[in-house]
Design a protein around this ligand. Structure first.
Ligand SMILES: O=C(O)CCC(=O)C(=O)O
Ligand SMILES: [Fe+2]
Length: 357
């Protein structure tokens, strides 16, 4: 896990630079062509929402959702508080820096530790209650920030349950087939706030490099204006694998399928590879909610989807084991879990963790 304290100053000064320093320069950002396909938009209030969600998950591993019931003014307040947080002086943000062994607080995106080059972004992770870290940022008055994040956590957790149920139904499952689904609310909510400063040479830098999320699903609110989120549309009859931009759409939330859904649904839907690019015109923020597993979750395909013609496509393991494997293999984790004949990887026995990326 990276913390900003190991890389002093640079991150806070990014918006003052006239070129991208070598440490921040990335090559191979155009590894795939760019497609102009449009990520599906699903109105959750429509009668055929379940069918649309099922098709979007199969074809894209992602969609934008409207009609979700989360008021736009709350999304605006979440965004305003996120901007306020990142605009604090560097010394104040560092008071809430993610320390060794800690998963919450201020720092680079967790996935940055897999690369020697640095991301053009800052991050802040809220796990469970926002209050402890908020006290470090605003010792005097953190009530508005906490109330907004708590209210958002409540509504977005509820939305994630509704979306997951819709995905199950689209696959012909019933609630009883996933007896743990009701326990999701026992998982600590995880919110990841991301901040991308303007960049003088956007083609040479990356906000967050390509990855899949470990969660069941991730629900992302992105600020308006410049686009930043891109995802990989797999090869199909329309063309080869390609990067597709997901433009911000006022009031809509982006839903990304994560690794856990790919495994529990036995590969019937796949997690989506995505990244955040940067631009030279406008700072951008995003807020990701990672819908994670209940405590002591066994990561395995659900039995109802396994039968004589459909063996389990992934090896079973505990959630801490999965996270530990992901910290070693990163974007190769699912590939490894799909290939039972390979040598087992030795992973340390970690405590229960909530890191979703
Ligand atoms: O900012 C974005 O658009 C993507 C963020 C992301 O992928 C993440 O936080 O895991
Ligand atoms: Fe992500």
């Amino acid at each position: 896990m990276s913390s900003l304290t190991a890389r002093p100053l640079h991150q806070f000064e990014l918006n003052t630079l006239s070129h991208v320093p070598d440490d921040y320069a990335w090559s191979a950002l155009n590894d795939l062509p760019h497609g102009d396909d449009v990520v599906p938009v699903v109105d959750l209030a429509s009668p055929d929402a379940v069918g649309h969600i099922g098709r979007a998950c199969k074809e894209w591993g992602a969609f934008q959702v409207t009609g979700h019931g989360i008021p736009i003014h709350l999304l605006d307040r979440v965004e305003a508080q996120t901007r306020l947080l990142f605009s604090l002086p560097a010394a104040r943000k560092l008071k809430a820096a993610r320390g060794p062994g800690s998963l919450s607080g201020y720092g680079l995106a967790n996935t940055s530790s897999f690369y020697s080059n640095i991301f053009w972004s800052e991050g802040f992770t809220i796990i469970g209650s926002p209050r402890d870290d908020a006290r470090k940022l605003w010792p005097e008055d953190h009530d508005e920030y906490c109330c907004v994040m708590e209210e958002y956590n409540r509504l977005i957790s509820d939305l994630s349950g509704r979306l997951l149920r819709a995905m199950m139904v689209s696959l012909g499952l019933r609630e009883e087939d996933m007896d743990w689904a009701g326990l999701l609310r026992e998982a600590d909510p995880v919110l990841q706030l991301n901040y991308y400063p303007v960049c003088p040479e956007p083609d040479r830098a990356i906000g967050i490099a390509h990855h899949t999320d470990s969660s069941f699903i991730t629900i992302l609110h992105q600020s308006g204006g410049e686009s930043g989120l891109q995802l990989v549309h797999r090869e199909d009859t329309a063309g080869p694998a390609r990067w597709v931009t997901v433009p911000p759409r006022r009031g809509a939330l982006v839903v990304n399928v994560g690794d856990l859904c790919e495994i529990v649904f036995n590969g019937r839907i796949r997690s989506v590879m995505h990244r955040a690019i940067v631009n030279r015109a406008q700072t951008r923020v995003s807020v990701a909610f990672f819908c994670g597993p209940p405590p002591r979750f066994n990561v395995a395909p659900i039995e109802k989807l396994i039968g004589p013609g459909e063996p389990p496509a992934y090896r079973a393991m505990s959630w801490p084991e999965f996270l530990s494997l992901k910290r070693k293999l990163y974007n190769k984790t699912l590939e490894y879990l799909r290939s039972p004949e390979e040598e087992p990887v030795h992973h340390e026995n970690t405590a229960y963790m909530t890191n979703q990326r």
